[in-house]
Design a binder for this molecule. Sequence first.
Ligand SMILES: Cc1cc2nc3c(=O)[nH]c(=O)nc-3n(C[C@H](O)[C@H](O)[C@H](O)COP(=O)(O)OP(=O)(O)OC[C@H]3O[C@@H](n4cnc5c(N)ncnc54)[C@H](O)[C@@H]3O)c2cc1C
Length: 455
Amino acid sequence: MNAPLSAIEQLHMELPELDWITDPSRIARLSQDFAWFSPVLHRQLKDKVADAVVRPRTEDEIRALVSACAKRKVPITIRGSGTGNYGQTTPLAGGVVLDMTAFNAVCWVRPGVARAQAGVRLSTLEKQTHESGQELRCIPSTYRSATLGGLFGGGFGGVGSINYGPLAAPGNVLGIRAMSIEAEPQVVELRGAEALRMHHLWGTNGLVLEVEVGLAPAHPWLETLVVFEDFDRALEFGDALAHAPGIVKREVAFFGSPVPDHLGQLAQHLPQGCHAVLSLVAESCEEPLMELVAARGGTVTYRKTAEEVKKSNRTLMEFTWNHTTLHALKIDKSLTYLQSAFTPGEHVRQIREMEALLGGEVLMHAEFLRNLEGRITTSALQLVRFSTEERLDEIMALHRERGVRINNPHVYIVEDGKAGGALPPEVVAVKKRFDPLGLLNPGKLRDWPAAGAAP
Ligand SMILES: Cc1cc2nc3c(=O)[nH]c(=O)nc-3n(C[C@H](O)[C@H](O)[C@H](O)COP(=O)(O)OP(=O)(O)OC[C@H]3O[C@@H](n4cnc5c(N)ncnc54)[C@H](O)[C@@H]3O)c2cc1C
């Protein structure tokens, strides 16, 4: 007698027209993301693997797959481009990885707003918004490959957040179209605050089909590196630039020494031992920028116009946010990182305090941004010379004791990371409404544990 077919084999037989990825090495690769930045997550997640990966092309294909999985209680882990950092796209209980990248049309672009299917790459979407002189408001440094749905489901913000704050700031995401995970999937439009109840939940409480986002006016951006001999002078310059209301900007990042020594591709522009500020400022604002540089005693070592950036296909945006960590890891594999939010108005003092306390072991990389209330502050992605998991915990505790919030990047449970504790009831209600069977990314929410591999 033949062995009974597994749930995955039954799915495959029922839906042969879908784009199934069956090669085990590709399935293994598509089950992982950039959790390897964390030695803790790497140890916990490196061997987790899906039973199958499916790449649907249309809403009907997504619906057919979701329905068939719901009937057989097969877990679904949604994946964009898999550039997340916390194992968000790694299934803990096998099942299907639902790869959204073939569901990628731009629906429309209008003045101040655009709408696209979740699997669109951010770079593709921005190419289209550029046609009307507009750009995305806040993009991760992975914008080249990351998807819109992935940014919504797993991201925070990034380049542009200096103006518009994090993605969660009201107005940045105007609405989403989402599907429930049921035998008869429901598709609904959620607007404003209701839509945000699915944001940064790591694909655990709904499948996002389309996202509508606010746009910003596009500028030709001048990309510069300004270097300093003194930590405080560089930090003060970054803070002054971030605050300068008349200098139109898209990005300001501060790298305390020896972070610049870890950006190998920019080595010729970053003298050994320097402190540096990376910025994108509107070309029309070059003069006031240079006045600020002169007033603070900085030296411009890198200057590229928007046209030069386009021609070279190298942008400093890909040295910011967690790209700084990626470049540093290429030079020193023993490093890891932190994610922390400083207090607006106190952020410069707090950065100095943490540098005095942990400098040499924790290397300061801070990104200037507006917080949810619009106040300028910094979010830091410090590099850490990793020794032990216990010491990493101690370092995080030392930050918390001094009022610096840690968004722990070394955990894979949503509540233990940026969410910072129990989920609000309205978010739990969305989970119950859109995933009543608990099939989405099981094990990532505390009250919905992974039940083991799919049968
Ligand atoms: C080098 C580097 C730099 C980074 N810089 C930044 C940065 O500047 N800012 C920032 O915010 N992040 C950053 N990240 C994290 C990540 O790149 C971004 O959050 C990115 O937007 C994720 O997009 P993705 O398509 O790769 O999503 P994925 O990693 O594929 O998915 C992320 C999460 O979203 C869920 N998801 C994906 N699509 C959907 C959907 N359609 N419906 C529901 N849930 C979905 C997934 O289940 C997963 O939990 C960085 C990561 C790396 C490795």
